[in-house]
Design a protein around this ligand. Structure first.
Ligand SMILES: Cc1ncc(COP(=O)(O)O)c(C=O)c1O
Length: 393
């Protein structure tokens, strides 16, 4: 179906941070399958582990005990603030689970008839009907109305807006089950959360017994330089969702909950493929490789070099670049509103310079390379990006 506006580029092979097209041209990959190919392409350790798993067992369903799933769940729990894991196959599916969890929590723990979930404007939570309803961007709703009921929106990083919404909704009695929020808004323009805002959010949610759920689909699994985006903000959520980078390019997602939010009972939720041996083998291998190769440290170092380089670009082209934002290896370049250049033009020009980058809205360039990226490859991203901007000016 015509659901994607694809670039006329056919990528047939990859190694590390590099991809080759069907004409033999080589591209530097700063997209990583949209923040997904954590270990780059054709990683030896991942290939070995998955080949072994394919030869052993791929899928049995959740009717039975699954060793690989138990092992990965134990690892995730050890590495995070969560106590329990529900596995699924994608970010949207993980958020669907979080939405169902919120509603059940509202009914069960707060006795709310029609539980409301608060989410932020400019957020992105996926493309299923409930997750577009949760997404605070009208353009994703258009043509698919009516939206799923029960979502209300506040301005991201804006405590006044958040408090006003709570007061409006809870003037008489508790109505709010949860807040679902990204620690850094990815698709919405690479907007990092502010520590003060999130600290107050945590306090208010605790006081009012509202579940604080983080959507870590894009920020989780090391992308920001810590395992989880919430560590950047110095608070723990009650639950969080993950996907993208956790499988290193393989389909897997999860809802992670603390014991207080561990309310699903048998029959409440399920997924045929969720947490199958193959996907879990991918996840645990990616996790262990991040540890073994000290990739969190690499993310911090390479992220700093990238950020410094992008700042220099901003200084060189102040009429085009407004600012650069981000954490670790998720970086955004905000283009000046008045500039006639938009993100798509830069992305297209970058392809000509054999660099793959991705937009986040009309005016933001997003750079999310594999976490294994080397210093000289960061330099190449910056050199090629500068050439694109020069070309367009
Ligand atoms: C923060 C966030 N949540 C959810 C999703 C949806 O994930 P998926 O495309 O795996 O369904 C995305 C995808 O970009 C995302 O960035």
């Amino acid at each position: 179906m015509e659901t994607y506006q694809r670039f006329p580029l056919t990528l047939i092979r990859g190694k590390g941070c590099w991809l080759w097209d069907d004409c033999g041209e080589r591209y530097l990959d700063a997209v990583a399958g949209i923040a997904t190919c954590t270990l780059g392409h054709s990683d030896d350790a991942l290939r070995r582990a998955l080949t072994h798993q394919l030869n052993k067992l791929q899928h049995v369903s959740n009717l039975y005990q699954i060793k690989e799933q138990e092992e990965f769940a134990a690892w995730l729990v050890e590495k995070s603030c969560a106590d329990k894991v529900f596995f699924c196959n994608s970010g949207a599916e993980a958020n669907e689970a979080a939405i169902k969890l919120s509603r059940k929590y509202g009914h069960l723990k707060k006795n709310i008839k029609n539980p409301i979930i608060l989410t932020a404007k400019a957020s992105f939570h996926g493309r299923t009907l409930a997750t577009i309803s949760a997404t605070g961007q009208q353009n994703y709703h258009k043509g698919f109305e009516p939206m799923v009921k029960g979502f209300e929106f506040f301005n991201y990083n804006d405590l006044t807006s958040f408090k006003a919404l709570i007061e409006k909704l809870e003037a008489d009695s508790p109505q709010i089950a949860s807040v679902i929020i990204e620690p850094l808004q990815g698709e919405g323009g690479v907007n990092p959360g502010h520590k003060n805002f999130f600290k107050s959010l945590r306090e208010i949610c605790t006081k009012r017994k509202i579940l604080l759920i983080f959507d870590e689909v894009q920020t989780g699994f090391g992308r920001t330089g810590t395992w989880w985006g919430y560590e950047q903000l110095g608070i723990d959520p009650d639950a969080f969702t993950i996907a993208k980078g956790m499988g290193g390019g393989h389909a897997i997602g999860a809802l992670m909950v603390k014991q207080t939010a561990n309310i699903f009972k048998p029959g409440d939720h399920a997924s045929t493929f969720g947490g199958n041996p193959f996907a879990c083998k991918a996840g645990i291998t990616v996790g262990r490789e991040i540890e073994r190769r000290k990739l969190l440290c690499n993310v911090i170092k390479r992220g700093k070099e990238l950020s410094d380089g992008l700042h220099n670009l901003q200084i060189s082209f102040p009429k085009i670049i407004k600012e650069t934002r981000g954490w670790g290896l998720i970086r955004g370049l905000q283009i000046q509103e008045e500039s006639t250049i938009n993100a798509k033009a830069i992305v297209e020009q970058a392809i000509k310079h054999k660099l793959l980058i991705v937009s986040a809205g009309q005016k933001v360039i997003r750079i999310v390379p594999p976490l294994i990226i080397k210093e000289r490859e960061i330099k190449q991203i910056l050199i090629r990006l500068e050439m694109c901007i020069r070309d367009l000016t």
